[in-house]
Design a protein around this ligand. Structure first.
Ligand code: NAP
Ligand code: MG
Length: 472
């Protein structure tokens, strides 16, 4: 059994001050596999002190130097690319297909940010002033378990690119993945204290990061509920915040789309990362008069193409839920959908046959769902799709926007101009047209309760900069 009992503070792997530990279980077998040490306020303060000290010199570096650091981190992570993929599949249960796609793309965040820096003017002329864009200071990174090292890459690339120093608090459920990340960052040879990592609970380590006056900014990914706690706590010391929160993304299939292609694609957009993705397209909006046709294609896709099982099997496209708790949450929502009177098209309660040990749920599709139902309004974070019929294009847009969230959305149409017109009317930080999902330079973030601020590219970099106008 592994013991994960070191933090990374001031350039060294150090023993924690905190004495609590937490057991980690494999999501496929539910066997205990590791024990992680949990930090306390003292560990967190040590990491913040190291970051504050390192800021004195790192904040003064020029962009050429920082581009070099980003490239060194990119190289260090690239050397361990397969380890990073393997540990994500093994610890978290992400499918081999998903992890093999997302980890290399995340590593490339450092290369992309180096490119952004090359073209970025840190001292633009604004009127008669010169406006110096200086690093915001010490940054706290607080993230969840569903793509832990990917989030670290995105946030770290921007923060370091801006000249900030960082304290990271990952989810304790990701401790084995964090261990590999710590080794890579150490290997990159950054000046000590520029990046620090402390494992621990949100209400201990996360709360200290939120309250500590020496932290200047928090960049958070996680649930809307915790995002609000952090935003309120950050106000006392006027910390800057970036909040990447939940979603309930609509996927509008317009009546001119090729359904034979669009419906299966829409299933995979819903089951992205086994459904444990903030951007998952969990509300599929289809023309009411073609609901039977949609249902038939969806049922056939579930029977013939969707495969749930061991994430190490490369043909599997839905893995286990990260934890027993997450498994139970998804089961609860499947029950709620039945109680609310949605029509169960595929899946349902209970574990799939032959997968009784792990945290596996049956990939589930509800159809004839009303947008007011809880399964259409609340984030489930599992492979549960709601098919919602609409009357016409205007109705589709109204349903798409009838949500507290506004992170992602999707539009499929044979007519690109029409898709763009619809895209323009959706209140979300990202609209993916015809299954184009990501651009590493395009901003990502939420409208409404999906958060505050943007990541990636120039928008992501500017979130770590404080403009100072020097006039005269
Ligand atoms: P969570 O409970 O919000 O936790 C996220 C992080 O916040 C964890 O590290 C957690 O620590 C920490 N935390 C908890 N309470 C805290 C507090 N009082 N103060 C400071 N930090 C605290 O989220 P989760 O359940 O792990 O992850 C799933 C959620 O993340 C979903 O709602 C999903 O939509 C969202 N998400 C959003 C995005 C996006 O980019 N918009 C991406 C992925 C996921 P512990 O680990 O100790 O709880
Ligand atoms: Mg949590």
């Amino acid at each position: 059994m592994k013991k994960l009992d070191k933090f990374y503070i001031d350039g060294e792997f150090v023993a924690p001050h905190g004495t609590a530990t937490l057991d980690l279980f494999n999501p496929v077998t539910n066997a205990k596999v590791a024990e992680v040490a949990l930090g306390d306020a003292v560990d967190t303060q040590r990491a913040i002190t190291a970051a504050k000290e390192a800021l004195k010199t790192f904040s003064q570096t020029g962009k050429a130097e920082r581009i070099e650091w980003l490239e060194k981190i990119h190289a260090a992570l690239s050397r361990r690319k397969q380890d990073l993929i393997d540990v994500m599949v093994d610890e978290y249960g992400g499918t081999t297909g998903f992890c093999s796609m997302i980890m290399p793309a995340s590593i490339d965040d450092f290369k992309e940010m180096a490119g952004v820096l090359r073209d970025f003017d840190f001292e633009p002329r604004t009127g008669r002033a010169r406006t110096r864009l200086q690093p915001v200071g010490v940054v706290a990174v607080v993230i969840p378990w569903n793509m832990s090292n990917g989030f670290i890459c995105t946030k770290l690339a921007s923060a370091l690119g801006a000249g900030c120093t960082v304290v990271i608090k990952p989810s304790e459920l990701s401790a084995q993945q964090t261990q590999v990340m710590m080794e890579c960052l150490h290997d990159a040879g950054l000046p000590k204290g520029v990046v620090n990592i402390v494992n621990g609970m949100g209400d201990v380590v996360g709360a200290e990061l939120t309250r500590n006056p020496d932290v200047n900014k928090i960049t958070f990914t996680g649930s809307t509920g915790v995002g609000k706690i952090i935003a309120k706590g950050a106000a006392d010391t006027m910390k800057r915040v970036t909040l990447e929160l939940g979603g309930k993304s609509p996927n509008i299939i317009l009546d001119d789309a090729d359904f034979a292609e669009a419906i299966p694609q829409a299933i995979f957009a819903a089951y992205l990362n086994s459904g444990q993705a903030c951007a998952a397209a969990t509300r599929r909006l289809v023309p009411a008069e073609r609901l039977d046709e949609v249902n038939a294609i969806a049922r056939a896709t579930l029977e013939n193409v969707v495969k749930v099982g061991d994430p190490k099997d490369p043909t599997v496209n839905v893995g286990p839920m990260v934890s027993r708790k997450q498994f139970e949450r998804v089961e609860d929502y499947i029950r709620i959908g039945l109680e609310e009177g949605a029509t169960l098209l595929a899946g349902g309660e209970g574990k799939p046959e032959g997968l009784g040990q792990g945290n596996f749920v049956k990939p589930t599709v509800f159809t004839n769902v009303k947008n007011s139902m809880r399964i259409a309004q609340e984030e489930i974070f599992g492979p549960v799709l709601s098919i919602i019929p609409y009357a016409d294009e205007a109705d589709a847009i109204a349903i798409a926007n009838d949500t507290a969230y506004g992170l992602c959305s999707y539009v499929t149409s044979a007519d690109k101009a029409r898709a763009y017109r619809v895209a323009g009317q959706i209140d979300a930080g990202r609209v993916c047209v015809n299954n184009e999902l990501h651009d590493p330079l395009a901003p990502f973030g939420g409208f409404k309760q999906s958060g505050f601020g943007r990541e990636y590219g120039v928008f992501g970099l500017e979130a770590f900069l404080e403009p100072k106008a020097i006039i005269g």
